[in-house]
Design a protein around this ligand. Structure first.
Ligand code: GLU
Length: 464
């Protein structure tokens, strides 16, 4: 069997983390099985769909390297096909016109609520043998309803949730075309999944109620029933439904917030799926290992700290030139006017082991490219007569050195010994003056990267 999966987002807002995980699992399953992964934009809700949301989906998928097969499919370009199959259902007696007005439906609903029964269309326009239908009113544009089988049940073996059984009597006669003739959501999904030969429908479990309806429609269309995998929700760390309030807006927000795409992918893959104790794995390994047996049927919980930990792993292991490409624009945004490539690369090398976020990373190495403001706090803490004299003596000697990283760091140790001081007594004031902070990696290496002229300038600027 040729495996075909699809990601079918509705372009009605931002592409959030749950949506991306659905895309990731669909993508991974298709790749693992050397199948096809389709991207289908479900834009039939003309009022809520926007071109901006389509762009977000495209950019998000591209950023995360979730490449799809073939062109993107837009449902709005397939209206003729939906119409054709709606007509087919009408012709074969599996669909019918319903002229119930909105006022009548409201009335019916009220009655059912008062009687304590679940509101449901009562089938008044549903054709049955020997049933007399009401006279067609002339002021109502009809909708088209699907004739749901009145008994029996729908069951499927969900790849995540296990056996699911729903009685047909619980289901409404679904509207498949609105009164303006446009097809409805469930119908379009079914036609597309069937036309695109989708073998595995992988989606959020908020769609589980649609599945029995879609299976009934597929059966009426004589189409094969795909396998279903309904993924559990992602909850915020406080156990609540993940929302904008938790900072989990659009997937592109993660890029803007300083995360690497490979970290986001790795993190999301582990959210509700596991492979033994493996926490870090590449996209290739994910493809190799992915299976539904290890997708959890209960909700996953978002863990910001873990995402940061994974991000730091990928930052640590990323080639310097690639990090430079990501950090450069961030430094320019922070107001840097000139960027020396050697300094940038060396600064990245020196810092990459300690950074968990690209934005913070850029902020931490900003001082290499522009002057610093020494805070009163650091000044009071580290600069007194003694430390100023030490710095002057140190710089006087350092400038005579053969300018290598090793020489400078070696000399620092000698200086400490010679002056009979502790290392921080010289390192901390130097950090404060040169970097504007007392928290940096090796100050000897920072001095090496900046070069003697720049270091002298910074020191004289503050000591004068
Ligand atoms: N368009 C639906 C959504 O964005 C998904 C439909 C599906 O995957 O079947 O929630």
């Amino acid at each position: 069997m040729n495996i075909v999966t699809r990601f079918a987002p509705s372009p009605t807002g931002s592409l959030h983390i749950g949506g991306i995980r659905t895309a990731l699992f669909s993508w991974a399953y298709a790749k693992k099985n050397k199948g096809k992964f389709i991207l289908r934009i479900e834009d039939t809700d003309l009022e809520r769909s926007t071109p901006e949301a389509v762009e977000i989906i495209k950019n998000g998928m591209k950023w995360l390297k979730l490449d799809h097969d073939g062109d993107i499919i837009f449902q709005t370009q397939r209206f003729d096909r939906y119409k054709e199959l709606i007509q087919a259902l009408l012709d074969q007696g599996d669909a019918y016109y319903c002229y119930t007005s909105k006022a009548e439906l409201d009335q019916l609903r009220e009655l059912q609520v008062n009687q304590g029964v679940k509101p449901k269309y009562d089938g008044r326009w549903r054709p049955e043998e020997n049933k007399k239908l009401p006279g067609i009113p002339n002021n109502v544009q009809p909708v088209i309803r699907f004739k749901t089988p009145s008994n029996g049940e729908i069951h499927w073996k969900d790849l995540v949730k296990g056996e699911v059984v729903i009685k047909n009597e619980e289901l409404d006669d679904l509207i498949i075309a609105r009164s303006d003739g446009t097809p409805t959501y469930n119908f379009c999904v079914v036609v597309d999944d069937s036309d695109m030969k989708v073998t595995h429908v992988i989606r959020g479990d908020d769609h589980i109620n649609n599945t029995p309806r879609q299976i009934n429609l597929l059966k009426a269309l004589n189409a094969p029933i795909p396998q279903y995998a309904h993924l559990s929700m992602i909850l915020a760390s406080d156990g609540q439904k993940l929302s904008k309030r938790h900072g989990a807006a659009s997937v592109m927000q993660y890029r803007d917030d300083g995360y690497l795409p490979e970290a986001v992918i790795n993190y999301l893959a582990r959210l509700g799926w596991s492979h033994g104790d493996n926490e870090i794995f590449s996209q290739e390994q994910l493809i190799e290992w992915f299976d539904f047996d290890h997708v959890s049927s209960s909700a996953a919980q978002f863990d910001q700290e873990k995402l940061e930990w994974i991000n730091s792993y990928y930052i640590k292991n990323k080639p310097v030139d690639e990090l430079a490409d990501l950090i450069k624009p961030r430094l320019l945004d922070m107001g840097v006017e000139r960027l020396d490539t050697d300094i940038l690369n060396n600064a990245i090398k020196l810092y990459q082991d300690r950074e968990k976020n690209l934005n913070v990373f850029a902020g931490d190495i900003l001082f290499f490219f522009q002057g610093i403001d020494l805070s009163a706090e650091l000044k009071n803490k580290y600069l007194d007569e003694k430390s100023k004299n030490l710095i002057k003596a140190f710089v006087g000697e350092v400038e005579k050195l053969n300018w290598t990283n090793d020489e400078i760091n070696k000399y620092m140790k000698e200086f400490v010994k010679e002056k009979e001081i502790k290392f921080p007594e010289i390192a901390m004031p130097l950090r404060a003056i040169i970097a504007g902070t007392d928290n940096t990696p090796s100050i000897g290496s920072i001095i090496f990267i900046l070069g003697i002229d720049d270091v002298k300038k910074r020191i004289s600027c503050i000591l004068k």
